[in-house]
Design a protein around this ligand. Sequence first.
Ligand SMILES: [Zn+2]
Length: 257
Amino acid sequence: MFVWHVYVLFMKEDTPKDGEHKLEVPDTRPPAMFIADDPGLDFLNSIGTPAGTVIEWLANGEDLLAWLEQAKLIDSAIAAAIRENSFPGELDEVAAQARALREWFREFVLTHMGRPLTAKALDLLEPLNRVLERDEQYRAIVARPDHPRYHHARSGLELRFLRRWSTPNSLLLPLAQAMAHLVCYEDFSLVKGCEGKACVLLFLDRTHARARRWCSMSICGNRAKQAAHRKRSPGKPKSKPLKRAKRAAPINSRIAP
Ligand SMILES: [Zn+2]
């Protein structure tokens, strides 16, 4: 398993922190959704329509840091260090690049989903390779965490992949790696779009029967059930169907806190 740590941080003169001069506006957005069962697809789902209107969870640099932390693609120490060492507006620019990368990748996924990916797709993935080649990964020997999982390990040391987070642009690298992992190691025939009306969320169907249809049973799944029930029995009492919908709610849903 890869674990990313700060190795080299860059120093800049004291400048206002990103966002320091911005007006505090209450965030009325629902929490970002991590329902895809794959980080690369979760990245595509960082814009969505959970309540019918478009919600952008990567609107600026602070959004990007928060989303990467929630996705567990960076830890809070890395987020804090990058925030501390960024010029005003610099993180917003990286967020704009992340959104552009996301929409480029969405086109690729929508074009190729539903069938296995072949080597013919390689040329189309050049933009992703251009990002990946900027990476500054290296390996280092570190102390193994004191965790019951490792109590029978042969050594108290382990060899880890680390990354130099040299500039705020480095934040694109864990995103690129998540996308690259999806195209190289997952089955594109299992990439599906939620069947919810007007829902744009994508996921990897890891269910045994390959029968997943919804981003989340608690959102689109229940909506569809209620719509189907209304269609079947107009004007009838609704107590029984509501009970059934409630029972099915938690399946397949994993929404970030
Ligand atoms: Zn949906």
